[in-house]
Design a protein around this ligand. Structure first.
Ligand code: ZN
Length: 227
């Protein structure tokens, strides 16, 4: 099955029931809900849920929702090379592959969310709605910007257009400050990325000798906004 449409249409088509159910299926067991413990939020210790706090469930990190992950996974499927706007059209040739990539973007699960009771889930969601920058950036794992691979699925690789990762790397290579890099990334991807992710990439570009960063250092491309 294939799908084509704008972000709003994709969210409507995929983001509501379909992907929610997919996540629920995949996290149903999670080592019997991590041995029947709620992981707790905001520095509270793990606890066994009381009857009215049940059932335990998987909750996305408030700073990176299911729909934000969907949006990241869609980037490589956009049509045309223009900066992403609400008008951008995405074409997914194989929805099964896309679902795989969406799941993989969550892994390991402990990076994308927590097992929480109903009460803690509400509290965590409320934390996520706190005013901009009022949230707790130190909780934000820098690796959240790694949304582009998806090759481990065995699905055919789609020629990746400029994405946040490449753009970040390119701007860092232009000897800009972190603030300037962030501003540049947000011109193309409004509201995305963070100082943490920029700093994380900068430090890894300098020190990280893994294949991934070898590739990033080598495979640089011009910024998407230069047209
Ligand atoms: Zn709890």
């Amino acid at each position: 099955m294939e799908a084509r449409g704008s972000l709003a249409e994709m969210k409507k088509f995929l983001g509501t029931a379909k992907l929610t159910n997919l996540i629920r299926d995949r996290t149903r067991k999670l080592e019997p809900k991590r041995r029947n413990q709620c992981e707790g939020v905001n520095g509270q210790p793990p606890h066994t849920p009381t009857a009215d706090e049940k059932p335990l469930g998987f909750s996305h990190n408030p700073w990176r929702s299911r729909l934000a992950i969907l949006q990241d996974c869609l980037i490589k499927y956009r049509e045309g090379g223009d900066p992403i706007t609400s008008e951008t059209i995405y074409y997914i040739p194989d929805l099964d592959c896309f679902e795989q990539e969406f799941i993989e973007a969550h892994l390991p699960w402990e990076n994308s969310g927590k097992i929480l009771c109903k009460r803690c889930d509400r509290e965590w969601t409320a934390t996520g709605r706190a005013p901009e920058n009022g949230a707790t950036p130190e909780l934000m794992p820098p690796a959240i910007a790694d949304q582009t691979s998806g090759t481990a699925t065995g699905c055919p690789a789609v020629e990746t257009q400029t994405n946040i990762q490449q753009l970040t790397v390119e701007l860092i290579h232009q000897r800009l400050t972190n603030a300037e890099v962030l501003a540049g990334v947000r011109k193309v991807f409004p509201g995305r990325a963070s100082m943490n992710t920029v700093a994380w990439y900068r430090s890894h570009l300098i020190h990280d000798r893994s294949t991934r960063f070898d590739k990033l250092r080598a495979g640089r491309i011009p910024p998407a906004s230069a047209r």
